[in-house]
Write a protein that binds this ligand. Structure first.
Ligand code: AMP
Ligand code: ZN
Length: 546
């Protein structure tokens, strides 16, 4: 651990900000509930992903990158997934349809959170890969008298937990509710097989065609796990019985985390599942809870590719998210995003300018120290950003040094790396035009649109097509963005136009061949006609007009 830094984190369970003491400083373990993969991730889902990514970065800084493990699961067994699969692929067998839904949603989620600058977690376990572990845990709970079987289900009994003596926590401790309150508040339509209204499902039977696995506790027939047991089993599989930090959004405190805590502590007879429970506050959009019926439901993908006529960079989304302390609510607005985007672009222009003229030497450690200090106080990102801005504005410091520190800080926070800074920052240096050309050549935008396109829109069309990454590589190779088009001649529109033009010339249709030459010229492509020195056949090579 970096000497002199005390990390303090607010613990939902104790309702205090406590000094963080890892169980094993050589193996700090954090589990965060991940997405249920049946639909695009919305901007609210992005919040825990970004918040816990910042904490992951901080922990890696404090304990060493090899001494922190971050597990974020993928829930790929859930009735919402089954319903979506049946709706979207009615002609496929349900299990095939489910695979389609979960695989494409998980891939989309990964692309989205990568654009938000998040590091991949150390492990991303899937529920479907841990069914045996879930069964094992359910059997432990039944053996110990905390679970019972009814009509093919296995149910957990909070009343049994609270009646047990010993080290177990009280059911309701996390959510700060009493069991009596919960019984009184339980809905009237309680399933008839439950002994108490608060009992929850560990395992349930599957009907013919539904996803199912052999059941635990000697129950005949196939079944599937309840949602809560999935996370208890996956954290156990990867971290053991007790670990350091458990995180998620505030809506997960009850019932999901309360139930996870109950299952894990009762299965292992421990007083603790995770030492610290952390929850991010909720995000609403333009003053209201996000909902499809209100029309203010916004996905990460929409923001990256165009929301209300504007696309935003992942950097701007991340910055605007970190502007608020993670436990505070956020009101997500277009203005908030626009100012974040503008700030990013200003920083990027400065950084890109200095990248060319060379950097003064500053260590990451030194540059990020003030941020580490602010973040060590319960992940105070607004204070860290305020400190970064005031250091950057410090007129008493050499400008090159200020810019260098800013670049290192932004990269460390996952907001902007040097490569991205180069793209956003060099619109004046020609990247914008080159990106435009590329987008035009790829038919992502047509010529009429070009005049109306701003740099962001072009860049995000390229990101969307996965071309930006490759474009950057090509640019890094020889400084020319458009070499990409050359490298992809095979499937390129340029190549097919050249072939069509050669055909036209062969059939002496010079009007058509001239038309194609003009079309290519409008795309910024200069043709050179020559004869193949061996075969004597006409060949056409091309270059980018400068
Ligand atoms: P879900 O897929 O609904 O289980 O949500 C995945 C994660 O996103 C959980 O940690 C939720 O708590 C979190 N989450 C969902 N909606 C919001 C929101 N509007 N604001 C903040 N976090 C949210
Ligand atoms: Zn969970």
């Amino acid at each position: 651990m970096t000497r002199g830094t005390t990390l303090r984190l607010y613990n939902t369970l104790t309702r205090t900000k406590d000094t963080f003491e890892p169980i094993d400083a050589a193996d700090v373990r954090m589990y965060v509930c991940g997405p249920t993969v049946y639909d695009y991730a919305h901007i609210g889902n992005a919040r825990p992903v970004i918040v816990f990514d910042v904490l992951f970065r901080l922990l890696r800084h404090l304990y060493g990158a090899d001494h922190v493990r971050y597990v974020r699961n993928i829930t790929d067994v859930d009735d919402k997934i089954n319903d979506r699969a049946a709706r979207d692929f009615p002609d496929l067998p349900l299990n095939d349809a489910i695979r389609r839904v979960t695989e494409s949603t998980a891939a989309q989620f990964h692309a989205d959170v990568k654009a938000l600058g998040c590091l991949p977690p150390t492990v991303e376990p899937r529920a479907t890969e841990h069914i045996a572990k879930m069964r094992e845990m359910i059997e432990l709970l039944k053996e110990r008298g905390f679970a019972y079987e009814a009509e093919g289900h296995v149910l957990f009994s909070p009343a049994a937990m609270n009646a047990a003596n010993g080290a177990l926590p009280r059911y309701g401790a996390l959510a700060n509710r009493s069991l009596d309150e919960m019984i009184a508040g339980a809905r009237v339509d309680v399933a008839p097989y439950k002994k108490d209204a608060t009992d929850f499902v560990l395992w349930k039977p599957s009907k013919e065609g539904e996803p199912g696995w052999p059941s635990p506790c000697g129950i005949a027939g196939l079944g599937r796990p309840g949602w809560h047991i999935e996370c208890s089993a996956m954290s156990w599989a990867h971290f053991g019985e007790v670990f350091d930090i458990h995180g998620g959004g505030i809506d997960l405190v009850f019932p999901h985390h309360e139930n996870e805590l109950a299952q894990s502590t009762c299965a292992f007879g421990q007083g603790v599942m995770a030492n610290v429970w952390m929850h991010n506050g909720f995000l609403q959009v333009e003053g209201q809870k996000m909902s499809k019926s209100l029309g203010n439901f916004v996905t990460i993908r929409e923001l990256l590719t165009g929301w209300k006529g504007r696309a935003f960079s992942g950097s701007a989304l991340r910055l605007s998210m970190l502007q608020s302390h993670y436990r505070q609510p956020i009101d997500w607005t277009q203005d908030r995003l626009q100012s974040a985007q503008a700030e990013i672009e200003n920083w990027a222009v400065e950084i890109a300018g200095y990248q060319k003229s060379g950097w003064p030497s500053v260590s990451v450690q030194e540059a990020v120290e003030p941020l580490v200090y602010a973040l060590s106080d319960d992940l105070n990102t607004p204070a860290a950003l305020a400190r970064m801005r005031s250091d950057f504005a410090d007129a008493g410091t050499l400008r090159a040094l200020r810019v260098r520190k800013l670049a290192l800080q932004l990269e460390w926070l996952g907001i902007l790396d040097e490569r991205q800074a180069n793209i956003y920052g060099s619109s004046l240096g020609g990247w914008n035009l080159q990106a435009l050309d590329l987008a035009k050549n790829k038919d992502l935008i047509d010529t009429a649109q070009v005049a109306m396109c701003n740099q962001d829109e072009v860049l995000f069309k390229l990101v969307q097509e996965g071309l930006q990454e490759r474009g950057i590589e090509a640019a890094a190779r020889d400084g020319k963005f458009l070499t990409l088009s050359k490298a992809e001649e095979g499937d390129d529109r340029v190549a097919s136009l050249i072939t069509a033009r050669l055909e036209a010339r062969r059939s002496k249709n010079f009007a058509e061949s001239d038309r194609i030459r003009d079309e290519l010229a409008a795309m910024g492509i200069l043709l050179k006609d020559a004869k193949d020195p061996v075969t004597g056949e006409p060949v056409t090579t091309w270059d980018v007009k400068r």
